[in-house]
Ligand binder design. Structure first.
Ligand code: 6R9
Length: 637
């Protein structure tokens, strides 16, 4: 494959950027011409940010799996598409060539069809990091079913909410997943979720941990049995469904500042073009490179840079089932040496946690295959950046600090590895085709350099979200109503003296805990469900490893003197309602919360207390009961 749209110098970057602004349709039309379309598009772009309506490559027909698999078969048939490293380093790894992947995806696509899945149906996938997860995702795309992958750390209640919102009648899961020294009982969590979801018709269960699970007659079937049925049917093919460029490809739920998580919708054509374009440019992909993205496919990073981006480029994507610290903190480095990984793409939280183990786990490793390092998910602090640069990249590997979101589909702001300059802790410059703008509170553009503001994007790019599933108004409200004619990211941002962007974190009530997005309102709702809780308020505070920790202020009735137990009860409730990732790090019992006269909780004050900046509480005179602030500050944990 060749990538004529790969930018190889600063001059080319500048020229591409200029073209993308002056003639966006020409620019993206040229990129999109490098894919396999059953029918070419009629119009590159139609858009309106007020409604919003965004249509890329309208009238174009394609199937993303023909671009991720079929078109590589002649040239890359024997090239590894997916290399899989098991949780247990002793268990043999697996390699799926593009030909193998084709066979497996086609087979499972036929399984889905045999089980009644049709184009447009929603399929919820709740699995651990095994190749079958990628296969299930691609099999859905093959037949035009809409996948909704739910991260294996979410609770039964979270799954039920997502199944109901998406009205998904099909689930693909496994008996259990291995993660470090733990076994996660996925099927049993699904069983709990399905008590609330009688509309689910079929659950396909892959065997992995071989733990006992309940299988309900007429509803639950084994993955392996279904494959055998397909084999006896003797039909080795499953032609790809022809999709409109704007047909839905998938839904992925993510947290916002209010209410329940929303289902971000991505569509076939634009998402394909954008994930591929950003993959090839940011990581400067070269044929033969082994790309190791350490994210879970349950998050957008895994969707875009384990599955769709690398595979559409014909790359070898490494999938890892386990965690960076098991059986020891050298696991990533073992994997890098074992498979001669060229690109390592991970999160600041992982880097910080590995830093904590010192250099011993790193020192017996060569790490000389590495060419490019990447980071994503949260702002990276300079200390972690330099450690990554020095001890992993040996000062020879450019680090790409990639800023983007579930909603953006792919990387929007990042240096291009070895092409445009890196700057520690700065995402640096927008990719050509991306037009960031900073605005002040009133939506007025902040121009010039050495400034800060709220980060918005003023022009569409192919990978952007199209709607939130089942509730278009919510999409408008959330992203397009804050500032007129702009997509609002929810992030605060600085622009340095030469125009580099540095994303400083969320300006809304969304926390970023270990790179995972969690809404404060969601956590409060979960805490409030606990019987003893009267009211609660949740804020973030700086945490050495997680980036942000969760600090909960709780008014509680009757701890009966045992605060520790009451805290454990609350934590358990949050795990049950959302999942372990949302457990508060600190729970402080208080007798009241700082409220304005109109009854609004003043989070600004709680945030300062949680951050330990008690002398910077600001004006508290508008509070209903200013005395409560002192009490809370004195009781700080
Ligand atoms: C891809 C992903 C999105 C939020 C985003 C921002 C934060 C992501 C970042 C970063 C600073 C980076 N974020 N990358 N902040 N520098 N390189 O993480 O998507 O889970 O939706 O989170 O993550 O706050 O708004 P998602």
């Amino acid at each position: 494959m060749s990538y004529p749209y790969q930018i190889k110098s600063v001059d080319q970057y500048n020229a591409a950027y200029e073209k993308s602004v002056k003639d966006p349709e020409g620019f993206w039309g040229e990129v999109a011409a490098n894919f396999y379309w059953r029918k070419k598009w009629d119009k590159v772009l139609e858009w309106n940010f007020k409604k919003p309506t965004i249509k890329w490559f309208g009238g174009g027909k394609l199937n993303i799996t023909e671009n991720c698999i079929d078109r590589h078969l002649d040239t890359l048939g024997n090239t590894p598409a997916i290399i899989w490293e098991s949780n247990d380093p002793e268990e043999h790894h697996r390699v799926l060539t593009y030909r193998d992947l084709h066979a497996k995806v086609v087979q499972f696509a036929n399984v889905l069809k045999n089980n009644g899945v049709k184009k447009g149906d929603r399929v919820c996938i709740y699995m651990g990091m095994v190749p079958e997860l990628a296969i299930a995702v691609l099999a859905c795309a093959r037949i035009g079913a809409i996948h909704s992958v739910v991260f294996g750390g979410f609770s039964a209640q979270s799954i039920a909410d997502r199944l109901q919102d998406a009205k998904a009648e099909f689930v693909v899961t496994m008996d259990g997943a291995f993660r470090g020294n733990k076994e996660i009982p996925l099927k049993s969590v699904i069983d709990d979720a399905l008590v609330q979801c009688p509309f689910v018709k079929r659950v396909i269960v892959l065997t992995r941990t071989r733990t006992a699970v309940s299988m309900i007659k007429g509803r639950d079937v084994w993955w392996e049995d279904e494959i055998r049925i397909v084999e006896t049917q003797g039909n080795p093919d499953c032609p790809a469904e022809e999709m409109d460029a704007e047909d839905m490809l998938f839904i992925l739920y993510t947290s916002g500042s209010t209410g329940k998580p929303k289902g971000v919708v991505h569509t076939c054509g634009g998402y394909m073009v954008y994930t591929n374009y950003s993959f090839v440019n940011v990581f400067q992909y070269q044929p033969g490179d082994v790309h190791f993205c350490t994210a879970d496919i349950g998050w957008i990073t895994g969707h875009s840079y384990i599955v769709y981006g690398p595979l559409s480029a014909g790359a070898t994507s490494l999938m890892f089932e386990g965690i960076p610290t098991w059986p020891n903190a050298g696991r990533f480095w073992d994997i890098v040496d074992k498979y001669k990984v060229n690109v390592l793409y991970t999160a600041p939280t992982a880097i910080r946690s590995l830093m904590g183990f010192g250099l011993d786990p790193v020192k017996d490793h060569k790490l000389d295959s590495l060419k490019v390092l990447g980071t994503v998910g949260e702002p990276i602090n300079e200390e972690a950046w330099h450690w990554y640069d020095e001890h992993i990249g040996k000062k020879k590997c450019p680090i790409v600090d990639t800023w983007w979101q579930t909603e953006t589909g792919g990387i929007l702001i990042s240096n291009l590895a070895g092409v445009t300059p890196a700057k520690p802790a700065h995402a640096t410059l927008p990719l050509p085709g991306v037009q960031p703008i900073l605005v002040d509170e009133n939506g007025k553009e902040v121009t010039g350099n050495s400034v800060s503001g709220n980060l918005c994007i003023k022009f569409p790019w192919p990978g952007m979200l199209r709607t939130t599933y089942g509730d278009h108004e919510r999409c408008r409200q959330n992203y397009f109503a804050t500032y007129d004619n702009l997509y609002f990211t929810g992030d605060g941002c600085l622009r340095d003296e030469v125009g580099n962007y540095r994303i400083t974190g969320r300006v809304d009530d969304v926390l970023n805990v270990s790179g995972h997005r969690i809404g404060t309102a969601e956590v409060e709702n979960a805490i409030n469900m606990h019987a003893g809780v009267v009211e609660s308020a949740v804020v973030g505070y700086p945490h050495d490893i997680k980036g942000q920790g969760i600090y909960a202020f709780v008014i509680y009735q009757g701890t009966h003197g045992d605060d520790t137990l009451a805290r454990q009860d609350i934590t358990k409730t949050v795990s049950r309602i959302i999942g372990a990732i949302a457990k508060p790090d600190k729970i402080q019992f208080v007798s009241g919360l700082p409220k304005t006269r109109s009854g609004k909780i003043m989070r600004r004050i709680l945030r300062k207390i949680a951050e330990g900046e008690i002398d910077k509480l600001g004006d508290t005179s508008t509070l209903l009961d200013p005395a409560v602030v002192n009490e809370i500050a004195n009781g700080r944990l």
